[in-house]
Design a protein around this ligand. Structure first.
Ligand code: ADP
Length: 159
């Protein structure tokens, strides 16, 4: 089974990592597909985001990190993948995720979306929260993987 976990991951958090680790258990191969989100203003470039996530999973041969543009379903077809993995935190995620799942199915009926719930310690974690705390020079070391932490410290010039 080939899964794709798409997102903007700006930056990749421990909540995202939790979902990847859960999904990697039942996917033969999991593609972490990084994209621009036209509704969001990004802190890290696409290449920076891909680079950081690659570092996080450098030892895992069944996890592939790449960027894509255009329709998710087209990217999936190019990788022969059929399953979209998405994370669900609170009820607030539900409406948007539900819409996306139907939009993708509408374009390609053979694509299925699988929703996964993270460990409870990550239910309130988002990239936005991480960016806000780091911007104000707060400690995010327990919210993001090490390579992301280092990059954030560089970005905000925190010693
Ligand atoms: P997008 O811009 O596509 O919404 P995100 O990087 O914000 O991308 O999120 C990618 C996916 O990861 C989404 O399905 C989102 O709901 C999920 N996600 C984000 N943070 C968490 C978390 N703390 N726990 C579980 N899932 C999460």
């Amino acid at each position: 089974m080939l899964g794709v976990y798409p997102g903007s991951f700006d930056p990749f958090t421990l909540g995202h990592k939790d979902i990847v680790e859960r999904a990697a258990k039942f996917c033969d191969k999991l593609f972490i597909a990084v994209s621009e989100n036209i509704n969001k203003k990004h802190l890290f470039t696409l290449d920076e985001r891909v680079e950081m996530i690659r570092e996080v999973f450098s030892g895992n041969s069944n996890i592939v990190v790449e960027s894509f543009s255009g329709l998710l379903v087209d990217y999936m077809q190019s990788r022969n993948a059929q399953y979209i993995i998405r994370g669900l935190r609170a009820v607030s995620d539900f409406e948007y995720e539900f819409q996306m799942a139907f939009a993708n199915r509408n374009i390609n009926n053979s694509v299925e979306t699988i929703f996964m719930v993270p460990g409870s310690q990550y239910l309130f974690l988002s990239s936005t929260i991480v960016r806000d705390i780091a911007y104000n020079k707060g400690d995010v070391s327990n919210l993001v993987p090490e390579p992301v932490y280092k990059k954030l410290m560089e970005k905000y010039n925190i010693k």
